[in-house]
Ligand binder design. Sequence first.
Ligand SMILES: C[C@@H](N)C(=O)N[C@H](C)C(=O)O
Ligand SMILES: [Zn+2]
Length: 268
Amino acid sequence: MRQSAEEAGATEAAIAARATFRRMAARCLSGRLFLAASLVGCWFPVSSHAGALPEGFVHLRDAVPEIRQDMRYAGRENFMRKRLPGYRAGECVLTGAAAKALRKVQNAAVKAGYSLVVFDCYRPQRAVNAMVDWVRDGTGTDPAYFPAVPRSQLITRGYIGAKSSHARGSTVDVGLEPLSGAQQGGETGACARTDPGTADFGTPFDCFDPASRTGSKAVPVSVQALRRELVGLMGAGGFRNYPGEWWHFTLADESFPDTAFDFPIERR
Ligand SMILES: C[C@@H](N)C(=O)N[C@H](C)C(=O)O
Ligand SMILES: [Zn+2]
């Protein structure tokens, strides 16, 4: 059973408390600080470092800095057209295991003439909840993001998770950019939008449409081959694709298969 948002908050609070205790202990044991300063620091911790992460999580920028990060939910260029709660910075945060696996995928992608681009990584539960509320609060379609599927059906049709694996920290939304600079953008399919700089996957990231199904035959054969290539690269790194969206992958051997986290993403 997955956790509720409240349980996730409690888990996160426990993790944060453990991390704070470890930091305090480390500070107490540090021989590099003056004794008085150490004592003050040990007994009166004022604040934690803004970019500190719960144990088991890393910034992708530290693990694989050459992967381009286009974190859509930290800005307004997304289907809700506003920054989502919990995204206080445009940083990809993942479990250490997922980041390590992406290191392997990136190495293989470069050999194949590509580099990875990530659009979303760990997603705080409060952002998942905001997506759910947004779906329930509206109707209609949007030519740029959901031209044929009504907003009210985006969860039931599987395009947005009411309990998203992203909150578990080992899921990533990812595309490829050609190292040659060729074959970029140009999606002419369902959604009236392109992802500048990325390879043409037939539909752009977060195009909630049947044409975004990984195995869709509605896209050109060259695009079908590219989607298979992405699935192959990610699969060799240990990630499984969600067949409803060509860009969505979860590490098969997840670190936290039963825990939805809710810590906010801060500046690194
Ligand atoms: C919203 C989209 N980027 C996505 O990740 N969809 C899956 C189904 C999810 O929300 O988990
Ligand atoms: Zn996703």
